[in-house]
Design a protein around this ligand. Structure first.
Ligand SMILES: Cc1cc2nc3c(=O)[nH]c(=O)nc-3n(C[C@H](O)[C@H](O)[C@H](O)COP(=O)(O)OP(=O)(O)OC[C@H]3O[C@@H](n4cnc5c(N)ncnc54)[C@H](O)[C@@H]3O)c2cc1C
Length: 392
């Protein structure tokens, strides 16, 4: 049974820290982890009583396969290595499910075939024919199935559970202090102004996700970040009789992840999608599915950018997502138990954005739809670039 832990009660603040981290989303937690492992006295401020940003609203897909082969894929693999150490040590639920991209048209199968050849030995992927796919994953729709691309690397976590559970573990094992329900308002080194008691730290790391603008307005304006809204759904839980067995993606995903951009047949595939399924393009829909430890299916998503973002969700998007989902998986008695949206910020070309708005302050954001996957590897990189091998 999956347990969602309450974050630790606010720990007793020391008068002075080596480093303070703003934000207890996945990037804040990953940075705090690496800083404390260097022996730095670390405190994390989170403005809400439980982190509620993108880090608890996602699929829980630790998904290196979404990164193009080469340095980005290697960073994702390194990140996963650290995630595994953290998950094993903390005892938080995870499942080494791998991932499967399905092809129901020849042009989709062609792109997968090209990807596997281009990736070479870089990625641990292989092609499965239709009968191998349905033998292994019986819930999948055999009709029209051309085959799939299997990757054994990906790991599923429950974002609500890990983001709630990690602070307690980080406090117990690395003595990281946490202050929830407290906003950081500004930093006049070493003084941190907050909505609670003042605190001092020699350095400040800002991991405030889409709220980056507030603490570093100038850097935000220069960074060229774009916000993106995604609509999501979660089913009622299924018992052991219905386990999908892996995380799923299908044809529409091939145009979404940069990983596939080098495939020569991709432009023709995108043209077909645009002419046959224009509404999917309009809302940036591709369909992914993961299943958590409670047996709930997490289903999404859409991508609406910048000024197109409405505070209200669009039920047509959910209909389109479910319609496409039903083309590749037969889900018994699907009941949607929760609907929500999340917002992240992304950079048009860079994998993430690091800014140094003032001495002693580093802001990290813009990791878009790959923040869960990249978090621990990215934080290792940013801290190394900032502090080198020293302890700051
Ligand atoms: C719907 C959706 C699905 C996704 N699916 C995946 C996936 O399956 N796999 C994957 O790898 N990535 C996925 N992503 C991307 C990933 O979730 C994000 O990249 C990642 O969570 C960003 O983490 P963060 O810590 O930067 O931001 P956040 O999670 O938003 O955390 C920022 C935190 O800072 C706090 N904060 C802000 N300002 C202040 C302040 N002044 N003082 C104190 N606290 C403050 C906020 O309250 C918040 O808790 C998905 C994203 C979305 C929206």
């Amino acid at each position: 049974m999956l347990k969602i832990e309450c974050p630790p009660q606010n720990t007793r603040m020391k008068s002075h820290y080596d480093v303070a981290v703003v934000g207890a989303g996945v990037l804040g937690l990953a940075h705090a982890y690496h800083l404390a492992r260097r022996g730095l006295k670390t405190v994390v401020f989170e403005r809400t009583p439980h982190a509620r940003g993108a880090s608890v609203r996602n699929f829980g897909m630790l998904w290196p396969i979404g990164q193009p082969p080469g340095p980005r894929y290697r960073l994702a693999r390194r990140s996963l290595e650290i995630w595994r150490e953290v998950l094993q040590a903390s005892g938080l639920w995870y499942d080494s499910t791998g991932s499967l991209h399905l092809a129901y048209h020849d042009d989709e199968a062609q792109v997968l075939d090209e990807f596997v050849h281009l990736a070479g030995d870089d990625c641990s992927v292989s092609l499965l024919d239709a009968s191998a796919v349905t033998r292994r994953f019986p819930a999948l729709n055999p009709e029209g199935l051309r085959g799939g691309m299997w990757s054994d690397t990906e790991v599923t976590v429950d974002p609500r559970q890990v983001i709630a559970g990690l602070p307690g573990w980080l406090n117990r094992t690395l003595a990281i202090d946490f202050v929830f329900g407290t906003s950081v308002l500004g930093y006049d080194r070493p003084v941190i102004r907050t909505t609670g008691p003042e605190c001092r730290a020699d350095r400040l790391v800002v991991c405030t996700g889409a709220d980056f603008r507030e603490l570093a307005p100038q850097s935000f304006a220069e960074a060229g970040l774009v916000p993106c809204k995604l609509q999501m759904m979660r089913s009622a839980p299924y018992g052991p009789e219905f386990r999908v067995g892996t995380m799923l993606a299908a044809g529409l995903t091939l145009r979404h992840y940069q990983a596939f951009s080098a495939c020569p047949s991709l432009p023709a595939l995108i043209q077909r999608f645009d002419s046959e399924m224009p509404e999917y393009g309009k809302f940036g829909i591709h369909v992914l599915l993961s299943q958590n430890g409670l047996g709930e299916l997490v289903i999404g998503d859409s991508h609406e950018y910048g000024a197109a973002i409405s505070p209200f969700d669009n039920s047509r998007i959910d209909e389109l997502v479910l319609q496409y989902l039903r083309t590749f998986i037969n889900i018994p008695d699907l009941r949607i138990a929760a609907r929500w949206h999340g917002v992240y910020v992304k950079h048009p070309t860079d994998l993430y954005v690091v800014a140094h708005p003032q001495p002693g302050m580093m802001a990290v954001t813009g990791v878009g739809g790959a923040g869960m996957t990249l978090s621990f590897g990215l934080a290792e990189q940013t801290i190394h670039a900032w502090l080198g091998d020293s302890h700051g």
